[in-house]
Structure formats: structure tokens, C-alpha cells
Design a protein around this ligand. Structure first.
Ligand code: GCW
Length: 648
């Protein structure tokens, strides 16, 4: 698309296909999409594409063998011909993008037959987009890439076919198959997308459908009242249930393959079943009942906690909240209700332990929610490739039996980092997060470094691969080093969450404290002397986290309040670790910025310039973080830096 960054689908990525002869067999809307892709590539590069089985030789055969909507495909090469077969349209599309990723290798030598299928059925992006620009949150809540891709001037964009189509194509190429098009905080205007404005959602769905993407909608629990004029939203009330059933029937009238609802209830001021003395299973099941006849799913978020707690109250621990609310409900949720759990117990900090809910509800379908938008990880002004963090989460085993990627039977979800910015994600290198999410959702056990290399090769071609890998690979750990230490989190500026403010949340109602005093820092969440949170884990992890001697360093201050002279498992004291990591983090940003500068001339100048400009801000901000954190802890502790470096 003109004026928009091609991201991981530059024209050149289609050269190996576009210069060859392709046969496409089968019919259906997704086969048409595949045909369109190959035909465009051939128009550019001189190859040919046919839908007839004429006897001439082909280099590539893409064949749909069945009528289904399966996502699996098989790939093989022999006798000078590459073949992709799939029994469903989405599978054929994913097979095509597999060939794109392989590039020329797909057409060289021979390849044994390989079967590919996603490990996770639902791979979803949640957009926190508002239709109308919200006075505080702007158009995209926690969005760092401009306005919404879907909504403009209070309605669905006119040129949907351009931008949103290009988006659907990028998403399909990394394996994403579901999108929720509006913010989970559902304001007045957006509430109406469910009813009189469903046509706009249908228009978006029509553009995403050819790329195998189903559309979902965030709805307000109070919809029967705010839209239906009822006097209650009680999930057990017959009138309320009838309203949802009728409304949902109309949604499916407009969008026959509608994916379902996303709900944030009793969370940060959103309405929910608690007002009626009902449980969250009652709430979710009411919507599941309305969606069930059409094959839809309700994604019910588990982000329920007290956001008006008193900082003086040491018995309430926000980290415990999701587990305390939801584990007693295990087994009560309908089959098409999915409980959507943030990966950590708090809120997308740069480092958190795994949410103890994951693994503790064996009779409930769970979806795990990650955050691609970099709310707490540099807001797309800092380079912070989240692949290693997500991979750690997905490979973590809450119990011996299964990893998180396997426990997420209800899907993997990421909060989108995309807006109407020409680079899609504001920071061009943040595209890597979106791509990596899709690929990890397809295969949660995949090596993230391999995915990164794939993204680099597609986006930039072969040339600066090693340098780009170096710049991105360690960037999450670098970010962690210069921000809040050892898993304690929350030392950010309140409200917008960018930049340091060590005590910004310390005396607030949000349940986000570090308890630093002159002797030490951290939150005692042990069973023996603290909030008991550590005991929410299965025995093996509960034991590990219970004692500061066995607790992993990177989450030590999440679980324990320790003295500044406490010796970490690394052999360093806590205070020296704080100083060292903060100096190292800034030095790492300085080096990465140099590497980036050396790449000028190897890529589109606009892309290079955008990143270079953001590195200036990242470095300024990293120094600010370093100096505030180090000075704060020097002043609190009175313990100097062993290396005598400058602290203010
Ligand atoms: O991370 C917090 C954000 C809110 C967000 C909320 C949520 C959409 O600061 O902006 O609201 O989480 O996940 O619901």
C-alpha cells in the first residue's frame, strides 16, 4: 500500500514466487485470496499463475483438497516441484505464507513432506481502540502508534479496503486469526457497536475475512440497560437474558462468522455481575448462552481487583486478586466461555512471575493475555523486543505436566500495538513484537531467536541481519536493567506510565507498592510472614518462591522484602545489583544506538531515521531512569556504589 510501510511483506519477499509458474487448485474465498497474492507477485516479477490443471510444468502447486476451514497444511518438494496441500482455505493461505518465508529455499533441492498446524486454535489481537477520541485516553487506550486503524472521525474508516486489508494480510502472514476491534473499556459511543452500529463492525469483518480472520467485539456488561432500556443487567434475569439472545441473533445476522464478545467486568470501574450479587461465572455464562447457538465464544477477562485500596492496608494484596476471585469458580464456566488471564498477576510489568491462576483452573478454558502495546516497556519509543519474555511465559510449567502454551486452551491473546502510523507500530522495530506474537501463538514452544531472524530476513532482507539481531535480541533485558529492579515493578510515572517515578504509586489506591525504606525494599508475599500470595502456586513453585534463598533473583523483590545487603543468588548484594544493572542498561542502549547508526544506507532512509530519532529519546529516558533509581536507593540506603561511579 502506498505511503504505508510494507513491514514483513515487502514486494521483494514475493520474488521467489512471482518469478515462477504456479498452479492453484480448489475454490473458495480464501483460495481467491491466495490466487490474488500469487497473481500480484507474478504481475510484478513476470511469473505465471494458473487455476487450470494444464499439463505444462509448474514450480509450485497450491492445492485445496477439501471443503473445510482447517488451518493445517503440508509442504513438500520433489521432482523439481514444490507442493502445498491443505484441506481448508486458511491452511492453504498459511501454506502460501510459509513458502514466502522460505523464499528461494522453498524451490531448491528436495524437502520431505512436513505437516504444519497451529498448536493454539485461537490467536487473537485485542485492540484497545475507541471510536470517539476519549478525553483522557485518546483514541487508542495505551496506544503509541497514532490513531485507530479502524475508526476515524467517530466512525469506521472509509478507506477500510486499503489500510485494514493490508493489516489483515500482515496478520495472516504471521498466523493471527482473530481480532477484537474495540477497547475493553467500553464507553458510550462504543457500546452501540453492538446494536445500531453493528454494520460498521460488519464492514471491518468483511475486509478481514479473506485473510482468515474472525472479528470479535468488546461489549459492556450494562448493555441491556444502556442500550436496551432495561432497569437491570442482572445475568439471571429472564428479561436480560432474552435481550442478549435477541441482540446476539442480530449480530450474527450481520456477521455470520462473528467470533464473540470480550468482556471486562467489575474491573477498574466497568460494570459487572457483582452489582447483583452474582458470580463472574453467572455473568460469563449468560453471554455464552447467547453466543452458543452460533458457535461464538465469550472472552471473560480475569483482571478483577480492588483499584481503590488503602495503601495503609497491608492485608490486601492485588497480586492475589485474580486467583482469589476465580479459582473457586473452576468448573462453573460454560464450554464456550473462555477466561482471559493476563500472564502476570499484576499488569504487564517488565518482569512478573506467572499468574498463579494459570494451571489452577483445570476445568476452565483459559486464554493467556500478553501486551504487545508497550505500556510499561517503553511505549514504542524504546526498543524492547518482547519475544524472550513471552517465550519464558509460554514455556513456563506451573506444574510438571504442561507448559503455559499448552494450558492456554482458550487461546493466546495480545493487546495490539498497531495504529494508523505509517510504520504501523510507531517505532518500526516494534513490528517485531507483533510478528513474534503471531508466530509464538502458532507455536508457543518455538525458539524466539529463530522468529526474530525470520522477521529480520523478511523485513530487511539479508544485509544487516547480525546487527539487527544484536540490537533487538537483548533489548528486553536491557530495558529491565535500567528500570524497576528485581521484579518489584511500578516505579513509573502514574497515569501515563512512561518514565521513572520511584514513589509515584507508593501511596496510591492501586495496590502497587515497593515498600522501600532505609533498610530494604520489596513486597513480602510469603506465606510465613507476608500476604500469602506465594502459596497460590502449585507446591513446587510455592516452595521455590517462599524463601529468599530459593526465589529466582529476577523476581526476588516481587516476593520478598529484603535488606539492601541481602546477597542475591548471583553473589551480588541487592544494592550493588541495582547500581550495576542501571549503569549497564544505559551502556547497552548507547551501544545499540551506535550499531543502529552504522546501518544507515542499508535500508529505507525514512525507516532508519525514525528509529534513529527514537534512540535519542530512549537514551535520554534510560539515563533519567538510571539516575533517579540509583539516587533514590543511595539516599534511602546510604550504601555507596562499590565502583564509586557518579550517583546524584
Ligand atoms: O494495564 C491497564 C491499563 C488500562 C487497561 C487495563 C486493562 C484497558 O493501564 O489502560 O484498560 O490495564 O487491561 O483492562
Amino acid at each position: 500500500m502506498q505511503g504505508v510501510d510494507p513491514a514483513w511483506l515487502p514486494d521483494g519477499a514475493f520474488r521467489p514466487i512471482g518469478t515462477r509458474r504456479t498452479l492453484i487448485r480448489g475454490s473458495g474465498p480464501l483460495v481467491d485470496t491466495v490466487h490474488g497474492e500469487v497473481a500480484d507477485a507474478c504481475a510484478r516479477f513476470g511469473g505465471s499463475v494458473s487455476r487450470e490443471g494444464s499439463p505444462e510444468p509448474y514450480d509450485l502447486v497450491l492445492e485445496l483438497t477439501g471443503p473445510g476451514d482447517g488451518e493445517a497444511f503440508a509442504f513438500e518438494r520433489g521432482d523439481g516441484r514444490t507442493t502445498v496441500t491443505a484441506s481448508g482455505g486458511p491452511g492453504l493461505l498459511y501454506g502460501l505464507f510459509h513458502v514466502v518465508r522460505l523464499g528461494d529455499t522453498a524451490f531448491q533441492g528436495s524437502h520431505d513432506r512436513e505437516e504444519h498446524r497451529p498448536d493454539v486454535a485461537l490467536r487473537m489481537l485485542d485492540h484497545w481502540d475507541n471510536v470517539a477520541v476519549h478525553p483522557v485516553m485518546g483514541q487508542v487506550e495505551r496506544g503509541y502508534a497514532g490513531g485507530s486503524l479502524f475508526w476515524e472521525d467517530g466512525r469506521a474508516r472509509g478507506e477500510l479496503l486499503g489500510r485494514v486489508r493490508a493489516y489483515g494480510r500482515l496478520l495472516a502472514a504471521c498466523g493471527i486469526n482473530a481480532v477484537a476491534v474495540n477497547n475493553v473499556n467500553v464507553h458510550e459511543t462504543e457500546a452501540r457497536l453492538l446494536t445500531d452500529r453493528i454494520g460498521e463492525v460488519a464492514a471491518i469483518a468483511a475486509v478481514l475475512r479473506p485473510y482468515g480472520i474472525r472479528t470479535h467485539l468488546s461489549v459492556t456488561f450494562a448493555a441491556p440497560m444502556v442500550l436496551g432500556g432495561l432497569s437491570t443487567a442482572d445475568p439471571l434475569d429472564a428479561g436480560v437474558r432474552g435481550w442478549w439472545a435477541r441482540t446476539t441473533a442480530r449480530v450474527y445476522g450481520a456477521i455470520p462468522d462473528f467470533g464473540g464478545y470480550v468482556v471486562k467486568a467489575d474491573s477498574e470501574g466497568q460494570p459487572g455481575p457483582f452489582a447483583y450479587g452474582r458470580s463472574h461465572a453467572d455473568g460469563a455464562n449468560m453471554l455464552a448462552a447467547a453466543l452458543g447457538p452460533y458457535g461464538g465464544t465469550v472472552h471473560w477477562r480475569a483482571f478483577v481487583y480492588d483499584h481503590r485500596q488503602d495503601w495503609r492496608d497491608r492485608t490486601t494484596d492485588r497480586a492475589r486478586a485474580a486467583y482469589d476471585h476465580f479459582v473457586p469458580l473452576d468448573g462453573q464456566f460454560a464450554a464456550n466461555a473462555v477466561l482471559q488471564v493476563k500472564h502476570g498477576p499484576m499488569d504487564f510489568q517488565v518482569r512478573e512471575p506467572l499468574s498463579p491462576l494459570i494451571g489452577a483452573m483445570p476445568r476452565t478454558r483459559l486464554a493467556v493475555e500478553l501486551q504487545a502495546t508497550q505500556e510499561y516497556t517503553g511505549q514504542q519509543r524504546h526498543v524492547c523486543w518482547l519475544g524472550p519474555m513471552w517465550s519464558e511465559v509460554l514455556r513456563f510449567r506451573p506444574e510438571e505436566s504442561a507448559a503455559v502454551g499448552e494450558l492456554a486452551r482458550g487461546g493466546l491473546v495480545a493487546v495490539s500495538n498497531v495504529g494508523d502510523d505509517p510504520f504501523w507500530t510507531g517505532h518500526p522495530l516494534a513490528q517485531a513484537n507483533l510478528y513474534t506474537f503471531g508466530r509464538l501463538a502458532w507455536e508457543p514452544g518455538a525458539d524466539p531467536g529463530r522468529i526474530l531472524d525470520e522477521w529480520i530476513a523478511l523485513t530487511f532482507g539479508p544485509r544487516p541481519a547480525a546487527e539487527l539481531h544484536a540490537v533487538l535480541d537483548g533489548s528486553w533485558r536491557t530495558y529491565e536493567k535500567y528500570t524497576a529492579p528485581l521484579g518489584v515493578g511500578w516505579m513509573v510515572q502514574p497515569g501515563h506510565h512512561y518514565g521513572p517515578s520511584v514513589d509515584g504509586y507508593e501511596y496510591s489506591p492501586w495496590g502497587t507498592y515497593h515498600f522501600a525504606d532505609r533498610d530494604g525494599v520489596g513486597v513480602d508475599r510469603s506465606v510465613a510472614t507476608g500476604t500469602g500470595y506465594a502459596g497460590q502456586y502449585a507446591e513446587q513453585w510455592a516452595e521455590v518462591y517462599e524463601s529468599p534463598d530459593t526465589c529466582p533473583d529476577e523476581v526476588l523483590l516481587f516476593f520478598h522484602h529484603v535488606s539492601y545487603n541481602h546477597v542475591l543468588r548471583s553473589g551480588k548484594t541487592v544494592i550493588q545489583h541495582i547500581y550495576d544493572t542501571h549503569f549497564e542498561g544505559v551502556a547497552e542502549v548507547e551501544r545499540a544506538r551506535e550499531v543502529w547508526a552504522s546501518l544507515a544506507g542499508l535500508m529505507d532512509p525514512a525507516r532508519h531515521a525514525r528509529v534513529a530519532e527514537r534512540y535519542e529519546e530512549q537514551l535520554r529516558s534510560a539515563r533519567e531512569w538510571r539516575d533517579q533509581i540509583n539516587s533514590y536507593f543511595l539516599r534511602k540506603s546510604g550504601v555507596g556504589d562499590a565502583h564509586g561511579r557518579r550517583i546524584y
